[in-house]
Ligand binder design. Structure first.
Ligand SMILES: Nc1ncnc2c1ncn2[C@@H]1O[C@H](COP(=O)(O)OP(=O)(O)O)[C@@H](O)[C@H]1O
Ligand SMILES: [Mg+2]
Length: 316
């Protein structure tokens, strides 16, 4: 298979245009009243907990300036954690800390953040600097995901995450996002992470891109990307499919991380998933969705929906 496609080929393969995606998918399948469930990572965490879906543990929720002032006491007993705005997106405002001595806090690349800088960062989160619409926000401090050693050569200083697009409850497209030196320990594609498209039936690599261009190896580690295969793949598909029931959203981006000790965990949900997943797969979503709509019965359980797509989207 060729790993290089021209824009014309992508168009022929049905990669959806931005307007079309917005109008057709988001408008038709997502009830706006349900957006707050996924636009706030704290609410998503609560939904996951109620449904028994694993998610990174909440260490603390920071809502007030007086909590920021004594943050060092709160963090003293936690050697590593991740700070994020509850209503952030695209990796903005996320601070991953893997160690500290109560004065300096160390990022995955070993750059340090001083205590006053950390406090300023938290105040900026509360002021809404990184959040949807610039509204005042809360800061979530959650347990650090320790990523599985099997992926050590697939990622540079950060946790890879797996995005699965779930259409009316059916997983239709997936990719793994690998952090790179350029993406600063975060797996967001526009910051320079690598996107590896995954076959829906078996979780094996299908294609890969960085900055929308095909790549064969991880740019920092040299690891061949076509060797990538996600362990416990069916478990991830089922977790993603269940997010349809818990949110009621018909077009959903489900982001999952693999923790070395706790296995797959739900990181976030997105009611307006981007188009990059189609570039990372070199396949259009429209094609997958029309295949699905013609053959798949309604009212199946999450497990049966997963079996159905594994049958329908066979890679070989
Ligand atoms: N608890 C965590 N532990 C380690 N890394 C994390 C954690 N939470 C987020 N990250 C890193 O930051 C990236 C973005 O986090 P995410 O919660 O998806 O926020 P956003 O909505 O900004 O994309 C993730 O892909 C991951 O690489
Ligand atoms: Mg994300």
């Amino acid at each position: 298979m060729s790993w290089i496609a021209s824009p014309a080929q992508l168009k022929r393969r049905g990669v959806l245009g931005m307007n079309r995606r917005n109008i057709m998918l988001i408008g038709q399948h997502n009830d706006r009243r349900r957006f707050p469930l996924v636009d706030d990572k704290l609410k998503t965490k609560q939904l996951a907990e109620e449904a028994g879906i694993a998610a990174p543990g909440l260490i603390s929720l920071i809502q007030y300036q007086h909590q920021v002032r004594r943050i060092e006491q709160l963090l003293a007993e936690h050697s590593c954690f991740c700070i994020k705005p509850a209503k952030g997106s695209g990796g903005k405002g996320i601070l991953v800390i893997h160690d500290h001595d109560n004065q300096n806090y160390f990022k995955p690349n070993n750059q340090s953040v001083s205590l006053p800088e950390l406090k300023r960062h938290l105040s900026n989160i509360l002021a809404g600097l990184f959040s949807l619409g610039g509204q005042p926000d809360k800061a979530i401090i959650e347990s650090l995901i320790h990523f599985d050693n099997r992926f050590a050569r697939y990622s540079f200083e950060g946790v890879p995450d797996i995005r699965i697009i779930v259409f009316r409850g059916y997983p239709v497209m997936a990719m793994m996002r690998l952090s790179t030196e350029a993406s600063d320990g975060k797996a967001n594609l526009h910051q320079g992470a690598v996107g590896v498209g995954l076959h829906i039936d078996n979780g094996k690599a299908a294609y890969a891109v960085q900055f929308d261009k095909p790549v064969a190896e991880h740019p920092d580690t040299g690891q061949a990307l076509d060797q990538l295969v996600i362990p416990e793949w069916r478990k991830l598909l089922v977790m993603a499919a269940r997010c349809y029931e818990i949110t009621g959203l018909g077009y959903l981006g489900v982001d999952i991380v693999l923790d070395a000790h706790q296995g797959p965990m739900l990181l976030e949900l997105n009611a307006r998933p981007g188009l990059a997943i189609q570039i990372a797969n070199n396949v259009g979503l429209e094609q997958r969705m029309s295949q699905l709509q013609t053959v798949i019965p309604q009212n199946l359980s999450p497990l049966d929906r997963v079996s159905a797509v594994q049958q329908l989207f066979q890679s070989s």
